[in-house]
Design a protein around this ligand. Structure first.
Ligand SMILES: *[C@@H]1O[C@H](CO)[C@@H](O)[C@H](O)[C@H]1NC(C)=O
Ligand SMILES: *[C@@H]1O[C@H](CO)[C@@H](O)[C@H](O)[C@H]1NC(C)=O
Ligand SMILES: *[C@@H]1O[C@H](CO)[C@@H](O)[C@H](O)[C@H]1NC(C)=O
Length: 552
């Protein structure tokens, strides 16, 4: 994964010689990770943002997780490569002379290609202009995560407000023209060409249509929709006007669904790959070293409700300075170590996502009491499988009841093997230290819980390869219940969006959907009292993707 020549020579030598012996002597170059490995009961601090940063990194540029948690906390510089197409619906055929919005998918720009003639029956204005634009040199962009193009007063715009105005500005929730002009002016000296945000799909706010892009085609299309705004945006707080004829209402449903469909193509990993992010320059408001002032505001607060409005002035300044530094080509902070953070993180999700899901399933589906012990052995085997490459030969359980310290080498190896070489790199820049800490913290907790569960099973004599000489007489039913609590707590702590899906899976005429702005605005009035429809805490459901449509 990591090219061996990037490691210090002495470390590479250790690695190579380690391959030729079967001994499991702990790595000489142990990562400098806080804390002892003896106490498997030591839970992470509730203030720990490692799982938040971990899930953030694994969700960048993916539509699904950023629809689920709308309030972005992270900005990442990146580039859009040459040849990438962008789309723009408008009233005439010329390129805009001011900063303007473009879509990455025509499904998202077409609804902006309105034909006012449709509504008033003006036959001389039947169509609308739809522009296709190509990138002609790598565009330097800054990406705001979350549903950052969503005009709401509940936190989606916080990170932009802070960079732009130094404070959260609820009064500016609809000031999109001021926002794009302001951001483009702010980033001009830093060479930022565009800002990437997300709503129903990803959008690129392009600062200059006469630099770095060219017009490929201006097409006069048959419009479907009478407004230059997409469907329910006539008035964000009111139902669509009754004056809209029935056939246009039906078109509105189609256009809405197809816009969501465009976004859904980027739902899961690797997300929208047309934007290439440089994770070594990631700046997050979840970074507690950079932004300590928000720690107390997150206690007792669910992630849906995390806001940036109570940040201290010093912390805003620190974040702004960091963003400027990573965007500036002159600063030393802008050259990372070369570690592929996206892949490094992804490997952890790949290795644990379906295994933890299987584990949870086994613990939630218990057989009749006569088969309980066998079931517990099956679970124990799954735990051992997860840890197999970290269990040294010759390791023996402690004779002392209640003593779990013997499992410390397994926990340590499980938690640190993946990042140990990265700790040896001297060239990490501050953003990469944040990424490394979050990765370490996440693995430490996964391994703490899994090793703790496995260790308990060993002591109860449930492990096939460790038949205990004197198994503690523990009721397998009791162990299964404790395991279930542990697994549930870990899955809740991790809260990975890969586990959020429609169950049972949707039918062939359906798609899995999370309540997406602005569609839920049509029912804001009744939503508060409707447990089936929680737009504030989006839950997945299947919706039809062909007529008859359902309300989005
Ligand atoms: C119809 O559309 C044409 C072309 O855009 C415009 O010049 C004209 O004013 C419109 N007429 C009405 C009644 O809206
Ligand atoms: C968590 O943060 C709060 C507020 O800053 C602090 O009072 C508390 O001591 C912290 N808890 C731990 C376990 O560090
Ligand atoms: C956080 O900010 C909000 C909005 O400005 C304010 O109403 C609230 O009192 C603040 N909370 C604290 C603890 O400062």
């Amino acid at each position: 994964m990591l090219p061996i020549q990037t490691l210090p020579a002495v470390f590479a030598a250790t690695l190579v010689s380690g391959l030729s012996t079967s001994s499991q002597i702990p790595l000489q170059y142990a990562p400098k990770i806080d804390g002892a490995w003896e106490n498997l009961g030591l839970k992470p601090s509730p203030n720990d943002t490692a799982p938040l940063i971990f899930d953030t990194v694994n969700s960048l540029l993916q539509h699904w997780p950023n629809t689920r948690y709308r309030n972005g906390h992270t900005v990442v510089p990146g580039t859009i490569p040459i040849g990438t197409l962008l789309y723009h619906g408008r009233a005439d055929s010329s390129l805009p002379d001011a900063p303007d919005w473009t879509a990455v998918d025509p499904e998202h720009s077409f609804p902006f290609c309105g034909s006012p003639g449709l509504l008033n029956g003006n036959a001389s204005a039947p169509g609308c202009w739809h522009l296709t634009i190509a990138v002609t040199r790598p565009l330097k962009v800054l990406y705001f995560d979350g549903s950052s193009a969503v005009n709401m007063k509940f936190g989606t715009l916080d990170s932009q407000d802070l960079l732009l105005w130094g404070e959260v500005r609820p009064d500016m929730w609809l000031a999109e023209r001021k926002r794009i002009d302001g951001l483009c002016a702010w980033g001009k000296q830093l060479g930022v060409d565009a800002y990437v945000r997300m709503e129903m799909d990803f959008e690129v706010m392009l600062c200059d249509f006469h630099s770095g892009v060219k017009l490929v085609s201006a097409d006069y299309l048959t419009g479907w929709w009478p407004s230059r705004m997409p469907p329910p945006a006539f008035d964000l707080s009111a139902p669509p006007p009754a004056s809209i004829p029935e056939d246009l209402r039906r078109i509105m449903e189609i256009v809405s669904l197809e816009t969501v469909r465009g976004g859904s193509w980027h739902n899961r990993y690797p997300g929208d790959t047309r934007i290439s992010l440089d994770l070594s320059k990631l700046v997050s408001f979840y970074d507690t070293e950079l932004v300590p002032s928000l720690i107390p505001h997150r206690t007792q607060t669910e992630r849906w409700d995390h806001r940036l409005q109570n940040i201290s002035t010093e912390d805003v300044e620190a974040v702004t300075a960091r963003v400027r530094a990573v965007l500036s080509d002159e600063e030393s902070e802008s050259v990372g170590s070369g570690v592929d953070w996206k892949t490094l993180y992804r490997v952890v999700v790949d290795r644990y996502a379906d295994r933890l899901e299987l584990l949870q399933h086994l613990l939630h589906t218990l057989p009749p009491s006569t088969e309980i012990e066998q079931h517990a052995r099956t679970v124990q085997m799954q735990l051992r499988i997860m840890l197999a490459v970290y269990i040294p030969a010759g390791l023996r359980p402690s004779e002392n009841e209640g003593d779990s310290t013997w499992a410390a080498p397994v926990w340590r190896a499980c938690a640190t093997r993946h990042t140990a070489p990265i700790h040896e790199l001297l060239s990490l820049i501050p953003s990469e230290r944040t990424l490394l800490n979050a990765l370490d913290g996440t693995q430490r907790e996964i391994c703490r819980v899994v090793v703790g569960m496995w260790e308990r099973g060993v002591r109860a004599g449930l492990d096939m390869l460790f038949p205990s000489e004197s198994p503690v007489a523990l009721d397998p039913g009791v162990i299964l219940r404790k395991w279930k609590r542990d697994a549930d707590a870990l899955v809740t702590w991790l809260d990975w969006s890969v586990w959020v899906k429609c169950l049972p899976a949707c039918g062939p005429e359906e798609m899995c959907y999370l309540p997406t702005w602005p569609y839920f605005f049509r029912r804001l009035d009744d939503s508060e009292d409707d447990p089936e429809f929680s737009w504030k805490r989006p839950q997945p459901r299947c919706v039809r993707q062909v007529a008859p449509y359902e309300r989005l």
